[in-house]
Design a protein around this ligand. Structure first.
Ligand code: 5MM
Length: 346
């Protein structure tokens, strides 16, 4: 696959006011989220939920690509149309999560390594034939008393790089997701330190594995204090710490950075992305957008509750969140947009 094609796909994913929709919850994660709001945890309910999402009217105005899970890429809507076709019809590029989950790293208590390299080349060919044009792999880095270890960071960085090379060979843009998770009571400064170390290791590994940086997208965490910390930084402070970290670690040739939300409240995830654009648009060499799951889906999921009569309202809630984040990508988000009667321009 030529670089131009990968570069074109990456460019399309990062275009205009758009971001990525992470709807790649594995069966386990999806069931967990369903259980919390009382939705039956069956394949049919997972299909109905994804049907609701891909058929949300206007989704393509704010979403350039949707990351699917293996089960979802093979499913169809109520009328029999494959989800992939519905996305394509709405100008949304289908993507696929190809990691097989993060498991405990033997010999390194409290740390994780992501699996899924075995047979990856063949799986990617298959997904390409089904219409996927980009892929995603998530590595998990935990902050604790003695962790992360240099070995865990290095092992995950190398695995991400091996995955990225497989993707580019198969004609798919790799989304490289090293997530420093929010669990713990650490400070914003500690998160900045670990995120910096992790990104240095990841880009070093990508370089060593000959990954073409122009044909990839980085999906990182924002630099934030841990969930258990008493620190409450302003959007301004988060924006500054995050962009400072990226300017030191992410090469200018990378076309795009698309954030995960990591458990942040939905409105804060929009406000912080917006603030980065307001403050740093002039100095950022890469595109900067969202690739949220919980921060765009959670309100819709809570409204839907598995009931057909709630579908319309749930779709409106989903559209509202992606519209807010679309505005944030342009540095035009404001709190008035959160009011129920706010009308986004079509
Ligand atoms: C949707 O969650 C994705 C898959 O996680 P599991 O393998 O645990 O089911 C996850 O990779 C997601 O794409 C990112 O973490 C972004 O999601 P959030 O909720 O952090 O925005």
């Amino acid at each position: 696959m030529s670089t131009t094609t990968l570069k074109d796909i990456a460019g399309q994913l990062m275009r205009d006011n758009k971001g990525l929709l992470a709807m790649d919850e594995s069966t386990h994660t999806c069931n967990k989220r369903f259980e919390e709001v009382g939705i039956p945890q069956t394949e049919e309910y997972r299909r109905k939920y994804r049907d609701l999402i891909v058929n949300t009217p206007g989704l393509g105005r704010y979403i350039s690509g949707a990351i699917l899970f293996d089960e979802t890429i093979k499913q169809s809507a109520d009328d029999g149309t494959p989800f992939v076709n519905i996305l394509q019809r709405n100008g949304i590029i289908p993507g696929i999560k190809v990691d097989e989950g993060a498991i405990p790293m033997v010999g390194f208590p409290g740390e994780k390594i992501t699996e899924g390299l075995d047979g990856l080349g063949d799986r990617l060919k298959n997904y390409y034939n089904r219409g996927a044009r980009f892929a995603k792999w998530r590595a998990v880095i935990t902050i604790g008393a003695e962790i992360p270890s240099a070995t865990c960071i290095k092992a995950n960085a190398y695995t991400l790089a091996r995955y990225a090379m497989f993707c580019q060979e198969a004609g798919l843009v790799p989304i490289v997701e090293p997530e420093v998770i929010m669990d713990g009571g650490h400070s914003l400064e500690k998160c900045a330190e670990v995120t910096t170390e992790v990104l240095h290791a990841v880009f070093n590994a990508l370089y060593q594995h000959r990954v073409d940086l122009e044909g990839m997208i980085l999906k990182p965490n924002m630099v934030l204090p841990g969930e258990g910390s008493a620190e409450k930084p302003s959007a301004n402070q988060v924006a500054e710490a995050t962009i400072k970290c990226f300017l030191r670690t992410v090469p200018a040739t990378v076309p795009g950075i698309a954030f995960l939300s990591g458990g942040q409240p939905a409105e804060l995830a929009s406000e912080r992305l917006n603030q980065m654009h307001v403050q740093f648009d002039n100095v950022m060499p890469w595109g900067l957008t969202f690739s949220y799951s919980r921060a765009v889906q959670q309100p819709a999921l809570e409204i839907w509750k598995g009931k057909d009569e709630n579908i319309l309202e749930a779709q409106q809630a989903l559209l509202h969140r992606v519209a807010c984040n679309g505005a944030a990508k342009l540095g035009k988000y404001n709190h008035e947009m959160e009011s129920a009667d706010y009308k986004f321009q079509e």
